[in-house]
Design a protein around this ligand. Structure first.
Ligand code: FAD
Length: 313
């Protein structure tokens, strides 16, 4: 059975949930093998073993995380010879790694993938989310970047073999050194790209102060807060929470859009959400073309009622 390599996405000692989703997916495609790059594997070992990799490759040298993505590409390149596929998270960093790795392997890359069949046909959204494509890499080891939340988690506890890996970095990999890391305050809410529920507000929210209506609903659901570009450009909500083509891509179980018209650039970041709910006072708003449930109404009436009802339960 071919080995399916999974790059474990971790930061500050925390393994991102998407890594466990990738391991779940890898097990359906072949023999899952996790790749841990940087120090700190020991603390995460038990959690990783829960998702059933047959093997874990550990490249523990701290130098590997001292540079921008290139060293991770070199580790994966060394391991990928003969692998059935390489899976990474479709985050900003993951997609950069995927592209660079595919060039190094002289193979092909598929990004923003939401599903992969056992014969490695991937379903992914392209052209800013306006088209869902089924595609397969036809040459070499496929490199596949999978969206967080696209794969349902399934544990399969095991005891993986651990193999230490050392890589002599090329000069090219040392081209961009990380000089400082600023850890942003995470707050109480889940990470936007990993959250299983996202509640977003748009221009219809009308101002920074009013975003507390959106936050109230989000908190009643244990959700992350998102925003359209109209709202972030107006300074009503920080840019890091923007959803869309030039913001974050989310694929939660539930996406609630309040006061958002549904422009193509916004859809690009959220239309692979499993269930989409919109609240908009304009019955002709384009967002209603893609929703599962739509409420035509004023968000300042609908959203607080919804929050109250959910909080009661
Ligand atoms: P609008 O389009 O103005 O819609 C506001 C909606 O709120 C309307 O439908 C209105 O009926 C409704 N409304 C108003 N008041 C209420 C109320 N009280 N109750 C209920 N509903 C109400 N946009 C993004 O979101 N993300 C991106 O990443 C992004 N990238 C872009 C990249 C490029 C290159 C370009 C050109 C544009 C990009 N945009 C992006 C902008 C995008 O085209 C839209 O302008 C933007 O998404 C509109 O945001 P909105 O839906 O909040 O505002």
């Amino acid at each position: 059975m071919a080995e399916i390599l999974v790059l474990i996405d971790h930061a500050d000692g925390e393994v991102k949930k998407v890594s466990f989703e990738l391991l779940t997916l890898a097990r359906s495609l072949g023999e899952a093998a996790a790749v841990w790059i940087g120090p700190g594997y020991e603390a995460a070992a038990d959690k990783i073993a829960e998702y059933g990799p047959a093997k874990v490759y550990v490249a523990a040298d701290a130098e590997l995380t001292g540079y921008v993505v290139a060293p991770k590409v070199e580790v994966l390149q060394q391991l990928a010879a003969g692998a059935g596929a390489v899976l990474v998270a479709a985050t900003g960093e993951g997609k950069e790694i995927a592209g660079r790795l595919a060039v190094r392997l002289d193979s092909g890359v598929l990004t923003d993938v939401v599903g992969v069949t056992p014969d490695l046909v991937a379903e992914h959204s392209v052209f800013g989310g306006s088209v869902i494509a089924h595609a397969k890499v036809t040459k070499g080891t496929p490199v596949i970047a999978v969206r967080p939340n696209a794969i349902a988690l399934e544990a399969a506890p095991g005891s993986p073999a651990v193999e230490q890996v050392s890589v002599a970095l090329s000069d090219a990999a040392k081209g961009a050194k990380i000089t400082d890391r600023v850890v942003q305050e995470k707050g109480e809410r889940p990470d936007l790209t990993e959250a299983s529920i996202v509640v977003s507000g748009g221009r219809g929210v009308g101002g920074a102060e009013n975003f507390k209506v959106i936050e109230g609903l989000a908190d009643s659901l244990g959700a992350a807060v998102g925003a359209s570009r109209a709202a972030t450009d107006a300074g009503w909500y920080p840019h890091q929470f923007q959803v869309g083509q030039t913001g974050k891509t989310v694929s939660p179980q539930l996406y609630v859009a309040a006061g958002i018209s549904g422009a193509i650039q916004h859809r690009a970041g959220m239309q692979t959400s499993k269930t989409i709910v919109a609240v908009n006072k304009d019955p002709e708003a384009p967002i209603f073309e893609l929703v599962d449930f739509g409420v035509v109404g004023d968000l300042f009436q609908v959203v607080p009622q919804l929050t109250e009802e959910i909080t009661k339960r």
